[in-house]
Design a protein around this ligand. Structure first.
Ligand code: FAD
Ligand code: UDP
Length: 378
């Protein structure tokens, strides 16, 4: 073995594939019973509808290197992501655009009129100098739209007062003065034509790659454990960085989500793939309906059944799946301390979402793995 990779998510698999193609022998271990990390999907057995096991995953990128790379393993459908939101029983388009504004104010403003109105309503805060999510939100869209679509949804998602959250969280959502309601701004987007798992399996399908599932790096009874391997072989570690150091600098805080899946006896539950629920009195943040991710499969999917998933967000305990880094000031200090400790680990490379305590989209995880391979490992 030339390289041990801990974790078979997109970061670990990209390194594995590059190393194997360069003639290196690689072992990939994962504590789960499947490869693919959080992007893993499987067909719901009763309906055959592809379900993303760890929450809906939409692929999008503007990075030509990543786009060329991923297309070696899968083609993509022409799915374009659009999201709607339910506020007080009325459905509005997201991200906030001229359609949302005109529907909310029961008006027919032109782009310039809508801009002038929002500017007037947002007067209290300048988004460029906003200190927190609330100030940035109000600065971008004005208080009435902020209170309708952002305040309570964010409260449910983060269980933290928006005044105490970093302004950047909201910057991921564009605000548009046209009727364009594409959720992402990227050059390329789509879903893997024959599913995430087929894509992931093709990345791992190489004679130089050995995959060992249900294998925890910290389990001393299995041969590729931490004590037996560190210092003996180069390691790429994509598990939680605080766990690696046995929480010596404290536990970094994460949010997790609970996903409640249901098969319903109707052909179409909500007419779209994702419906957000903006109000505080609905306990979940959104409902995914998986058939709508693949309209090209309508002939294959049942006409009288559908699969939905309700998403509930909460603080993660140590045994929960870590999903979104919270990034408090304390977390940032902890992360710096772990980075220092990491420098002392001989030939251990920390990568991916958990290994670097960063929210990474799939294209970012893949891009950063390609850089690590080219710049440090190759
Ligand atoms: P992961 O996929 O988390 O893989 C890490 C792997 O390491 C896991 O398989 C884990 O089991 C394994 N591991 C951890 N500890 C150990 C251990 N001790 N021993 C052995 N194995 C271990 N990205 C998008 O581009 N679009 C989206 O729409 C999107 N939606 C998302 C929705 C949710 C709810 C979440 C949480 C993420 C979403 N992402 C999305 C991000 C995407 O999941 C990540 O970019 C991707 O998972 C990053 O891959 P990774 O390899 O860094 O981490
Ligand atoms: N957000 C919101 N209302 C919505 C959708 C998003 O307030 O209807 C805010 C919320 O704070 C969220 C952030 O925008 O955390 C980013 O949204 P995105 O959809 O990118 O979140 P993710 O898909 O990562 O959960």
């Amino acid at each position: 073995m030339d390289l041990l990779i801990v974790g078979s998510g997109f970061f670990g698999l990209t390194i594995a594939e590059r190393a194997a193609s360069a003639g290196r022998k690689v072992v990939v271990i994962d504590r789960r019973h499947h490869i693919g990390g959080n992007a893993y999907s499987e067909d719901e057995p009763e309906t055959g509808i592809e379900v993303h096991r760890y929450g809906a995953h939409l692929f999008h990128t503007s990075n030509p290197t990543v786009w060329e790379y991923v297309n070696r393993f899968t083609t993509f459908t022409d799915y374009v992501h659009r999201v709607y939101t339910n506020h007080k029983g009325v459905v509005f388009p997201l991200p906030i655009n001229l359609g949302t504004i005109n529907q909310f104010f029961q008006s027919a403003y032109s782009p310039d009129e809508a801009r002038a109105l929002v500017h007037e309503l947002a007067g209290e805060f300048d988004p460029k100098t906003a200190q927190n999510l609330e100030e940035r939100g109000i600065g971008l869209i004005g208080r009435p739209l902020y209170e309708a679509f952002i305040r309570d949804y964010t409260g449910k998602q983060w269980q933290t007062d928006p005044k105490d959250l970093p302004a950047e969280i909201i910057s991921r959502l564009p605000v548009r003065y046209t009727y364009d309601n594409r959720y992402f701004n990227d050059t390329w987007e789509g879903l893997p034509t024959d599913g995430y798992t087929a894509w992931i399996e093709r990345m791992a399908d190489h004679p130089n790659i050995e995959v060992r599932l249900s294998t925890d790096f910290f389990d001393e009874s299995q041969p590729f454990n931490k004590t037996a391997t560190v210092g003996q072989v180069p390691i790429v570690y994509t598990g939680p960085v605080d766990r690696y150091f046995d929480y010596a600098e404290g536990a970094l805080s994460w949010r997790t989500i609970d996903l409640e899946q249901e098969v319903l006896p109707v052909g179409d539950f909500q007419g779209t793939s994702v419906m957000n629920y903006a109000d505080a009195d609905v306990p979940y943040t959104r409902i995914h309906e998986f058939r709508h991710f693949h309209p090209e499969r309508e002939d294959r999917y049942p006409k009288d059944k559908t699969v939905i998933m309700r998403e509930f967000s909460r603080f993660a305990d140590r045994d929960d799946e870590p999903y979104y880094p919270i990034n408090t000031a304390e977390d940032r200090n902890g992360l710096l301390a772990y980075r220092e400790l990491g420098k002392g680990e001989k030939d251990v490379h920390f990568g991916g979402r958990l290994g670097t305590y960063q929210y990474l989209d799939m294209h970012m995880a893949i891009g950063s793995a390609l850089s690590m391979w080219n710049n440090q490992l190759a």
